[in-house]
Design a protein around this ligand. Structure first.
Ligand code: DX5
Ligand code: ZN
Length: 216
């Protein structure tokens, strides 16, 4: 199976959201990545529910919602209603991770956990089989266009080992600094899905870039 590609709307033109979503609809992208930032969990504010809903109105691909917010439990129903197909919350933002994962599943969404670059994958040992996906952050969350943290490749292999050891069906998604070079290394290490923001949207031809990522 080819790698799943999830372009991040964080790098889209917010004055032309519909145009950019339609471009993704017509591309080989598998999912549409939606980065929600609250200015508390991360030092930046992106956009919230109304924008997610507006994207959903035009999107023909599953919305891959990445919540970089504190107290994510409060907003699970809201994001489901705003069109989320996947909801990923941060390990570092959850005191009762298992409860939050069950909450996400109970509303009918795929449930994911995101790990900051400093958070080791072994902390997921007792919950990995309950997760539909894990997002490994390969940059510190908060901004698009940052430099890839190389250790993320070794971390991807470790997570793959954990998933195989536990006989889990969890997908590995990598988020931050993905381009053709880092993407290839990540796919070889076991990544199932790649998020790409800046690399896709800063290009002259985003649909061609998505096509190239799909070939990795
Ligand atoms: C970072 C976000 C990413 C971001 C990736 O906090 O979670 O999804 O959009 O951007 P690039 O691909 O530009 O590094
Ligand atoms: Zn993200």
């Amino acid at each position: 199976m080819s790698v799943l590609v999830s372009p991040s709307m964080l790098s889209a033109d917010f004055a032309n959201i519909q145009r950019d979503v339609e471009m993704l609809n017509s591309s080989e992208a598998d999912w549409i990545h939606i980065d929600i930032m609250d200015g508390v969990f991360v030092p930046n504010i992106s956009f919230g529910l109304p924008v997610c809903q507006a994207i959903s109105k035009h999107a023909k691909k599953p919305l891959d919602v990445h919540l970089m917010i504190v107290e994510p439990d409060k907003y699970i129903e809201n994001f489901k209603n705003a069109g989320a197909a996947h909801i990923s919350i941060h390990y570092e933002a959850c005191l009762h991770l298992h409860r939050t994962i069950e909450h996400i599943k109970s509303v009918g969404c795929k449930a994911g956990v995101a790990l900051n670059p400093h958070t080791p994958v072994h902390l997921l040992e007792n919950i990995i089989a309950d997760l539909d996906l894990v997002i490994l952050m390969s940059v510190n969350p908060g901004f698009g266009g940052q430099k890839f943290i190389t250790n993320s490749i070794a971390k991807t292999s470790k997570l793959k080992e954990l998933i195989l050891a536990k006989n889990a069906n969890t997908l590995i998604e990598i988020d931050g600094g993905v381009n053709l070079e880092t993407g290839k290394q990540l796919v070889d290490a076991g990544a199932d899905a790649l998020v790409a923001g800046n690399f896709v949207f800063s290009s002259q031809s985003p649909t061609d870039v998505i096509k190239l990522l799909k070939k990795l």
